[in-house]
Design a protein. Structure first.
Length: 77
C-alpha cells in the first residue's frame, strides 16, 4: 500500500472535540481524544505510517511509528 501521509489527532477547533486526519482528509471526529487515537492507530497500522498526537495547545504530545522501522528505534512505546 502506498504511503498516504502520517495520521494526526488534534483538537477540532471548529466543532469542539477531537479529529483524526491523514493528509488533507478528515478520517473521523469524536468527543474524546482516546476515541480518535484508537481510530488513528488502526489507520496508521494499516498504512504503515506514523501516528502523531497533538495536545489541546496544538503542540505534538506523542509520536509513534507503525512503519517498517526496527523495534529498537521506537523507544516511546
Amino acid at each position: 500500500m502506498t504511503k498516504h501521509g502520517d495520521v494526526h489527532v488534534f483538537p477540532n477547533l471548529l466543532h469542539g472535540g477531537w479529529k483524526t486526519t491523514q493528509g488533507k482528509r478528515t478520517i473521523m471526529t469524536g468527543r474524546s481524544q482516546a476515541h480518535c487515537i484508537q481510530g488513528g492507530i488502526r489507520i496508521a497500522f494499516r498504512d504503515h505510517v506514523d501516528l502523531v498526537i497533538h495536545g489541546r495547545d496544538g503542540r505534538i504530545r506523542s509520536k509513534d511509528s507503525y512503519g517498517n522501522e526496527s523495534p529498537a528505534m521506537d523507544t516511546e512505546h
